[in-house]
Design a binder for this molecule. Structure first.
Ligand code: SF4
Ligand code: SF4
Length: 456
């Protein structure tokens, strides 16, 4: 399945993509069209973010631009430059589904989308647009506007429980996070003998999928086969993850289509909606409720911090006070950061890797048995999903860093402003365990929310 492509008609061989690619998946001579080697590509889309070769209405004229836009199956309302390195768009499929009266369309959007989408509508970099985005999604015509932040909280319940079990019962350690599909793909391709270190938890997107088509179907009184699950992601690799054949715990493919933040911008404009002027609306309940812990999944260190907030309670049976919730030791943007966190009698040693370019020395330590960690978070993109391959694109390095800084600040501010900041305190999370899943890492959640990997 082609997810990322380099268009030979447009590529000038500037090799910006080659320099940024963490897996050396792009080959070619300088000044000549580059070739993407699919076996090595983890579909992170960082090449898409850096590509500077394009066709545009202004520079190349209406005819040349329209031909390329049609070839990429993009709506005629798209006016933005089209770049050589790009993700294959599934927007046309989604528009067809929205027009099909037999489909019940359910949308989720990832934590990082709400701090990126407004940039495409002239609002300042890093504007938090949860309410405007919920309003726009409803106006587009989605039957339910649910949220990946809800399933990020669910991920913490499962992953936190799995970690505590591995630590206290002698399971395989260190445990690595599994919510970044590009990282999972990297491990399966390059180090299959080590995939037993990955958490068995699906990513938030893939936890939401079966939950919406089973529990959500009951809430909405709709048959699962009518539900069309749509994901809006900052991530180009999520299309690959959704298409993995084992991602069908609901009895159907759990996620039907994935679009990026950039494509959501195209869709909102296609529908003639001005996101910037929309009054705020809420997500639909209960599967649109979330805490600050779910919100911080969008930044590097966020999954770790969210897991620590709930892990503390799982281990000690006590609650952290509001002033103790900021685990600043795991924040930052260094490629590899470590911290030792005291939780009751246990000192939990954690590590955070951001940007897959930094992973090989850590893998070497893992192989040598010298990686002194219980739990390691890995995100492929430079500063986590706020910098994902599907986020709004900025051509200058200065503007891009400015956007990253402001998106990160907006995510942490959102966490601070939310009334609840620990996943296990969410009423919707308590409800789904009481009514449906029973308990974290129990039989039902293993069936729906956990997975397995390719291994040797
Ligand atoms: S998508 Fe990522 S891994 Fe694939 S070629 Fe582009 S930068 Fe490299
Ligand atoms: S860091 Fe986030 S956006 Fe980047 S590949 Fe991983 S999940 Fe996707």
């Amino acid at each position: 399945m082609a997810v990322i492509q380099i268009d030979k008609d447009l590529c000038t061989g500037c090799q910006e993509c080659t320099k940024v690619c963490p897996t050396f998946a792009i080959e070619g001579e300088a000044g000549e069209a580059q070739t993407l080697v699919e076996e090595r590509c983890v579909m992170c889309g960082q090449c898409v973010q850096k590509c500077k070769s394009y066709v545009s209405l202004i520079d190349h004229g209406k005819e040349a631009y329209a031909a390329k836009r049609a070839e990429r199956l993009l709506p005629e309302t798209v006016q933005e430059p089209l770049f050589a390195a790009h993700n294959v768009s599934h927007l046309a499929e989604l528009i067809a589904a929205l027009n099909d009266p037999n489909k019940f369309t359910v949308v989720q959007s990832a934590p990082a989308v709400r701090v990126g989408i407004a940039e495409d509508f002239g609002l300042p970099l890093g504007s938090l647009a949860s309410g405007k985005m919920a309003a726009a999604l409803r106006k587009i015509g989605f039957d339910r506007v649910y949220d990946t932040n809800f399933s990020a909280d669910l991920t913490i319940m499962e992953e936190g429980t799995e970690l505590v079990e591995r630590v206290t019962k002698g399971g395989i350690l260190p445990m690595f996070t599994s919510c970044c599909p590009a990282w999972v793909k990297y491990m399966e391709t390059n180090h299959p003998q080590l995939t037993k270190h990955l958490s068995t938890c699906k990513s938030p997107q893939q936890m939401a999928g079966p939950v919406f088509k089973t529990y959500g179907a009951k809430i909405d009184k709709v048959k699962a086969d009518k539900i069309y699950n749509v994901s809006v992601m900052p991530c180009t690799c999520k299309t690959y993850e959704a298409a993995r054949p084992e991602m069908n715990a609901s009895g159907h493919q759990d996620i039907d289509v994935v679009i990026t933040t950039r494509e959501l911008g195209y869709l909102i404009k296609y529908k003639g909606i001005d996101l910037a002027t929309l009054p705020d609306e809420q997500f639909d309940m209960p599967l649109g409720e979330y805490t600050g812990a779910g919100a911080i999944f969008g930044v590097t260190g966020g999954v770790m911090e969210a897991a620590l907030r709930t892990g503390y309670t799982l281990i000690t049976n006590k609650e952290l006070g509001n002033k103790d919730l900021d685990f600043t030791a795991v924040r930052g943007s260094d490629g590899f950061r470590t911290a030792a966190i005291k939780i009751g009698d246990l000192t939990l040693k954690v590590g955070i890797v951001t940007n897959l370019k930094n992973i090989e020395p850590i893998i070497e330590q893992l192989k040598a048995g010298t990686l002194d960690c219980h739990f390691v978070e890995v995100m492929t993109c430079p500063e986590g999903c706020i910098t994902g391959g599907g986020q709004p694109k900025l051509l200058s390095d200065v503007d891009r860093q400015d956007a990253n800084d402001k998106r990160r600040e907006a995510i942490y501010q959102h966490d601070k402003d939310l009334p609840l900041r620990k996943s296990h305190e969410s009423a919707a999370i308590k409800k789904i365990y009481a009514e449906y899943l029973e308990k974290p890492c129990g039989h039902k959640s293993h069936e729906l929310l956990h997975t397995h990997y390719k291994h040797d």
